[in-house]
Design a protein around this ligand. Structure first.
Ligand SMILES: Cc1cc2nc3c(=O)[nH]c(=O)nc-3n(C[C@H](O)[C@H](O)[C@H](O)COP(=O)(O)O)c2cc1C
Length: 333
């Protein structure tokens, strides 16, 4: 685009189209149990992101920490899409005067130069996915880890790489968290709903992405309560690197920013050939969340743990989870 075009008045219809495309791209965002707890409202040059209360996991996520974080990923995906299309937007987060469930408002200000890193991210958005298979023995490239850390830090969130002794503590915390959650029938019912046939169409975690047997791993992955259909090898993911997203406060704005950071870090990881699997059980349980906090010497609050590593490139074709159609998640004024 030439510099003249940047000063031309914004065509309102083009701006509305760009925001509709952004909300569609945001539909690919990962979310806790693929609940997709977001809804967009599009009005002219303004796009609002709402938290959908009925999609909050009442037992595992009563404070809506992980739901808000999931919405933050969707927000970053939308920001990427508008920047990739050559638009400058202002983002207002948590405009509480308008309503408690309005998490963010994107407002198109003017045309801008197309942002090349955003163009790459936009291509990556539909490719990113959660692959729960064991990792190869190939270590995580330090340059890739540095790029992921830098991407997270651009979103006002920090990333701590766990030391080997802390990985053992994480393993104990993840095990404890899963056992204590699984002992609660209400928690079991919630998980069964989001992994079972009664879940809303286009949401939830299907058997195709759940391992067909327990994987060999130091840190136990999410126990979905039943065996899935994802074939897994007997490899032990000893080359895994575990990192923790954390920040200065433990409140909704910080969780939203952590989601934006998760998006920035995960897209960067995908572009560097690094697989990401979130581990949220140790965050869901108060006692283990406090144990995770101790790992950063109580200098901040933990938001999410991630497993990083490489998947065998020959192991292609991991099935993908579904999404709700765009028309179901975008309301037009
Ligand atoms: C906040 C958050 C927490 C998550 N926690 C876990 C987890 O504990 N274990 C797991 O296997 N996947 C976890 N996931 C991954 C989701 O299940 C996954 O993103 C969702 O099913 C959509 O699949 P996709 O990432 O392949 O698109 C989490 C994702 C998010 C955003």
């Amino acid at each position: 685009m030439d510099s003249d075009a940047l000063t031309h008045p914004t065509d309102p219809q083009l701006a509305t189209h760009a925001l509709a495309d952004a909300a569609s791209a945001a539909g690919y965002a990962p979310s806790i149990h693929n609940t997709q707890p977001w809804r967009w409202r599009l009005a002219g040059d303004t796009l609002d992101l709402h938290l959908v209360r009925s999609r909050i996991l009442q037992v595992s996520d009563p404070d809506a920490r992980l739901a808000t974080l999931s919405c933050g990923v969707a927000l970053h995906h939308a920001r990427v899409a508008v920047a990739a299309q050559g638009w400058h937007v202002t983002v207002t987060r948590m405009p509480r005067d308008i309503g408690p469930d309005l998490l963010a408002r994107l407002h198109i200000e003017r045309r801008a130069l197309v942002d090349p890193p955003s163009v790459l991210h936009l291509r990556t958005i539909p490719l990113r996915h959660t692959d729960r298979r064991p990792l190869t023995d190939t270590p995580v490239d330090p340059a890739a880890l540095a790029a992921i850390t830098a991407a997270v830090e651009t979103q006002d969130t920090a990333l701590h790489t766990l030391r080997p002794d802390q990985v053992l503590e994480l393993a104990a915390a993840a095990d404890y968290a899963q056992r204590s959650e699984a002992a609660d029938p209400a928690w079991q019912a919630e998980l069964a709903y989001w992994t079972g046939a009664a879940r809303p169409a286009g949401t939830g975690v299907p058997d195709a992405v759940i391992p067909d047997r327990a994987t060999q791993t130091t840190v136990p992955g999410r126990d979905f309560g039943h065996r899935g259909e994802l074939p897994v090898s007997a490899e032990h993911d000893k080359a895994a690197v575990f990192v923790m997203l954390y920040g200065n406060t433990d409140e909704p704005l910080a969780w939203l920013r952590a989601g934006e950071a998760l998006s920035a870090g995960w897209l960067t990881a995908t572009e560097n050939g690094i697989s990401v699997v979130p581990h949220s059980a140790p965050i869901e349980v108060i006692a283990t969340r406090q144990a995770m906090r101790a790992m950063i010497a109580s200098t901040g609050y933990p938001y999410l743990v991630l497993r990083l590593g490489t998947i065998d490139p020959a192991d292609t074709g991991t099935p993908r989870t579904s999404r709700q159609p765009a028309e179901q998640i975008i309301d037009r004024a």
